[in-house]
Design a protein around this ligand. Structure first.
Ligand SMILES: [Zn+2]
Ligand SMILES: [Zn+2]
Length: 312
């Protein structure tokens, strides 16, 4: 539970067009043994091979139906089928998800070895997993577009071992029961008494939070709430700050605007993605974001991985 790893694999960080070094959008988030894909641009499955992540995908979330965000599903399901997958695969996304999945089922002359389901999400929809929730929120991209927040359940507060012993709880299995939230009965000075978890546990601690905007114009007010104190905000930063008018025209965000949002939301770290093919590197993007946000700023290369640790 609380000891699960949380890894974000950047499998595709390009803007609308791929480059020799960047594939179209694809993020893989691994939490413990779960693998979720957020957007699945063309070539995603080969990026999984290059990153050696394997193909054990539990669910696919699509931010919007621009081709650079979903063309990779077609190849991926072929490979999963070829590998003999039998477990159902659910594709989540904004409106048109049913049509897209229907197309996947019927394109070409083959039968998939597993069922593929579609679930339409809208602003505020959430999907529950074991120990965490993925919540969709509206982005601003000129068509139905969603961002996603992955948030873990709260963790129990710290266990005060000394206090427990002081209250007469012997070290051993009763500690575990208290940590799991169960009251226990102990004997002290010939008297039986109940020790409640609240007697020995501190206040509960937040779980980790990772937010992915998908393609969007700046939505700082919305993200100030949704991404508040997120461990990692992965934000559209298609352009550097010299291209603000172009960013607005095409419903994207500049790196500086992403930095402003990150500052407003008090996040720990900002990852800039969806980098336009006009740039050969993202140094200018990083500099623009760092002028607005004092936390950690990165512009991951394809196949980079960020390990999101627990705080405190
Ligand atoms: Zn895009
Ligand atoms: Zn788009």
């Amino acid at each position: 539970m609380s000891g699960e790893t949380l890894h974000v694999h950047f499998l595709g960080t390009a803007g609308a067009l791929p480059t020799p070094h960047r594939n179209p959008s694809c993020l893989m988030i691994r939490r413990g043994s779960d693998t979720l894909i957020f957007d699945c641009g063309e070539g995603a499955q080969q990026q999984m091979m290059r990153a050696r992540t394997g193909f054990t995908v539990n669910a696919v979330f699509i931010s919007h139906w621009h081709a650079d965000h979903f063309l990779g599903i077609f190849g991926l399901v072929q490979t999963l089928s070829f590998n003999g997958r039998t477990a159902p695969l659910t594709v989540y996304g904004p409106e048109w998800v049913h049509e897209c999945v229907q197309t996947i089922r019927h394109i070409g002359k083959f039968n998939l070895s597993f069922p593929i389901e579609s679930v339409e999400l809208a602003d505020g929809s959430w999907v529950r997993f074991d120990g965490y929730t993925v919540t969709a929120f509206s982005a601003h991209h000129g068509l139905p577009a969603l961002g996603y927040m992955l948030e873990e359940d709260k963790r129990p507060g710290r266990f005060d071992r000394e206090r427990a012993i002081e209250l007469g709880v012997p070290a051993g299995p009763l500690f575990g029961r208290l940590q799991r939230g169960e009251p226990v009965m102990v004997e002290k000075g010939g008297e039986q008494r109940v020790i409640r978890p609240m007697d020995v546990l501190g206040t509960s601690r937040p779980g980790r939070k990772v937010v992915y905007t998908g393609d969007t114009r700046p939505i700082p007010q919305r993200l100030a709430t949704i991404a508040h104190e997120a461990d990692l905000l992965i934000h559209d930063a298609t352009y550097d700050d010299t291209q603000e008018a172009r960013a607005a025209e095409f419903y994207h965000t500049t790196a500086g605007q992403a930095g402003e949002t990150a500052a407003l939301a008090c996040v720990q770290a900002l990852a800039l993605v969806h980098i336009s093919s006009r740039y050969t590197d993202a140094q200018a993007h990083i500099a623009c974001a760092e002028r607005k946000f004092s936390g950690r700023v990165v512009a991951p290369n394809d196949l980079d991985m960020i390990d999101v640790p627990f705080r405190g």
